[in-house]
Design a protein around this ligand. Sequence first.
Ligand SMILES: [Fe+2]
Length: 389
Amino acid sequence: MPDASPTRWHLAHTTWFFETFLLKSVPGYQIFDERFEYLFNSYYNSVGQQFPRNRRGQISRPDLARVLEYRYYVDERIQQLVLTPDCPLAVRNIVELGLHHEQQHQELIFTDIKHALFGNPMFPSYHQASGAKECAADMPAARNMDWHQCDGGVVEIGADEQPFSFDNETPCHTALLQPHRIALRCVTNGEFEVFIREGGYRQPEYWLSMGWQIVNQEGWSHPLYWIPMGDEYREFTLCGLCELQPNAPVCHLSYFEADAYARWAGKRLPTEFEWEAACRARSSGEAFADHLLDSNLPVHPRCEVLTGSENWLGNLWEWTNSQYGPYPGYRPVAGALGEYNGKFMCNQFVLRGGSCATPGEHIRPSYRNFFPPDARWQFSGIRLADQPE
Ligand SMILES: [Fe+2]
């Protein structure tokens, strides 16, 4: 799968990040292995050329033991650097960025290994058997689709006093919202199944032109991890193959599918500004208390009745209809790290919310994730919006 990377690559790459952006400028630092610069550089052209992403899965060396050796080597030197009494603020800021970068890769480890396990016709489970039981457990009924009403007006958008934000969340600025309403929960598997059974994937009027092309080219007829069996669907999860839970939120959809569903339902996707304003109005600004990466629960989105909250943060990445672009006055950070976010501001859409695979501390209302509109392997779902009745 061209977008996914092996777990070992993620570990080596996050280590490479610390080595490249911090240790290489320390006088006397001895590079661990010169060849890693090419192999574990993801996309930083200012640093140098990169090994092709779509071939990362073919690399069997360095093995895990060597990657761990690399990790310990870099960790030790980063600790020395940070513990220096006069460690400059600029250095500490890059250490912090490196930690947030690592959290992003912790999530990718889940989404990438899920895709790899799905490729095995035995549908192996990532979680232990006890986890599988919870994944397959009957979800309580989802609440009716209730709505947050917004009269419109000027709202504050972006990162403010938070201890950390990526450059793409800044500067803080105002946006004008039109009157609208936004759903208090995401679309469920059961609701999405109706769309499928009513021929949603076969009717071009619901699809953007590029989406319709992909649906036909790739033969899409259901979400990525659904598997038709007889008259029913089953769903591949990190607990292996499970019964489809009608009340759990539907996930692993592309932007095109989310948009087509919304059109079929007579609604639309929210803008990222509508989403952020509603999230701030309705939530504490943090992932729910027993977020699964802080618990032993299986990594799978849950029904809002189970989590006891509206699940704005920490269940699913929710597609918005906002193209990923710069906020007014946006400036990428200086140097090679400016490549982190800014250069991707073309042909991608913003997702908000953070998923069940996102570390709880990594989630905030201003956070902007972004993926091309055909990406399906993240835990991505649908929250509807429309104009007031
Ligand atoms: Fe990275």
